[in-house]
Design a protein around this ligand. Sequence first.
Ligand code: C2E
Ligand code: MG
Ligand code: MG
Length: 591
Amino acid sequence: MRTDNSTTHEALIRFLYQAPIGLLQTTPDGEITMINPMSAQLLMPLAADGDLTNLFDVLDPIAPDLRRTAATFMGPDGMICDDRRLTLPARVCGGGGARTLSLSLLKLDSMTLMASLSDVTHAVQQEQQRIATRVRDAARTDALTALPNRTVVVERIAVAIDRARADPDYQFAVMLINCDRFNHVNVTHGTGVGDELLKMMAGRINSSIRSGDALALNGQPHHTTGRLGGDEFVVVLESLRQAEDVHVVAQRLLDALAKPYGIGAHQLHAGASMGVVLRAQTDDDAELVLQFAGIAMRDAKRAGGARYSVFDLAMKERAQRRGTVESDLRRALEERQLYVVYQPIVRLPDQRCVSVEALVRWRHPTRGVVPPIEFIEVAEDTGLIGPIGDFVLQESARQLARWQSALGTDAPQTMSVNVSRAQLAEADLVSRVHHALTVNRLQPRMLQLEITESLAAQDDVIKTRLSELKALGVLIALDDFGTGYSSLACLHQMPVDVVKIDRSFVSQAETSPHHVVLIEATVRVAQSLGMSTVAEGIETAGQAALLARLACDKGQGYLFGRPLPADEATAWLLARCGLDAPPARALSRAG
Ligand code: C2E
Ligand code: MG
Ligand code: MG
């Protein structure tokens, strides 16, 4: 009968031999005194000629320092690990490709080392995969909002396009959202508040898209909310139930984004504009769909913001035309195809020319003379308005100086120059204006800058610029008054000296009592605020007489003179020198 001891020993030996990890025993020099089959299997691909006599020799190609490290480890004073254990992972290239072994050495006593060996290839691969996934996720996620980024958005659009190609009934929509006042928030409250605003917008967009907006595919409703960068977000609605749903979703999103944002002590109003592309209109690639959504979004902004616009073919054509205008316009600047025309502004009681408005023209090599309405907007969008505006400013200031030296007191007293939003946003506008005045030896009050009504009421950057210009001493005129969204009640808040009543009021004055009342009210309010008034687009003697009767100070329009190139304007002015009389007749006849 065997003792319990020998049974235990036998069981241990059996375990040793069958264990799924490699176990071996060596001398301090690495001579193998016991080895189990798993160790032999793991070490054999490394052993030259199948020689498994010495562990350190076998492992030398992949762990050349092992012998030295183990010697230190075995030294009486120089233990390197408190628990007298040493672990090293080592890559082994064998028949089945690269594998990773993990080796642990344990000092049993001064003459014996126990080694355990295991194949950790799988665990290492898994860890590497986890790291790769984390890196890939980071490359696909927007760090600020944790939303999917542009890469993911483009992928999702591409998937939707592929499905749409295969299935004519399949509907999807891409919505590009842009904050209406992000720059303002950033400039006024700092980028920290700006970042917070973006995070809140991301949250609102996400929670406004309901699972019911898209059909469930594989149990998962398919929509992606992503951030393209800056203040631009995208929603891809895949598998729309019906194209009409997009209008409901778009309005719901805009309503959610228009609500005030409580950030710290601030209550901010931001709002957003949106461009929508519906699958039905495009077979193009994902990048192009985003471009189209951008065009529609800018269309929504131009229409006043806080709305959505659905991309259509007319928009595409307009965008293409704008593209041509842009490249032609760049050449126009280089080749000096732009020039300035001048339109007189007369004092209404006596029709004496007291001022002139400078208006830009483009002599296009094939299209002939192009009016500003066809290129100013493109120039604004592309930054070309800076050099164009500066050209008009410097050129017209020089022209006024010429007239003043040639005509003396008969010369116009002021030159009126239109200034656009993009110009007002530029910090060097004030120095450009100063330069135009000083090189031409003009008094600041001889220059009048015309801004549109919507501009004057706008953000703080523009308000600051206007007050800088006023400090310089130039006059500010509110152009096209009546067409914007501010009202007479707001006039007192605007830093302006002159109000120009829009042509649409003047042209109806003779037939619409309602317009007469509005003009009269405008003149009264302006006068009470110390501002003077100009009626734009006077074409008939009747309109001139009526406006004079309503106490409007000045008039501008084809009746008095069309915009003329400099030399023709000079001839016009010379012909008028000393002639004050005829208008009285015209006025009395119409009156
Ligand atoms: P605006 O500043 O209101 O200029 C008046 C516009 O009305 C001019 O059109 C002028 O030719 C036109 N007009 C004047 N009297 C009459 C009239 O009796 N009847 C009619 N039907 N029209 C009249 P224009 O020159 O085509 O300019 C259009 C707009 O383009 C200007 O409106 C202004 O907003 C912009 N613009 C023109 N030149 C410049 C410029 O140098 N810079 C900027 N930023 N904008 C400019
Ligand atoms: Mg004007
Ligand atoms: Mg105007």
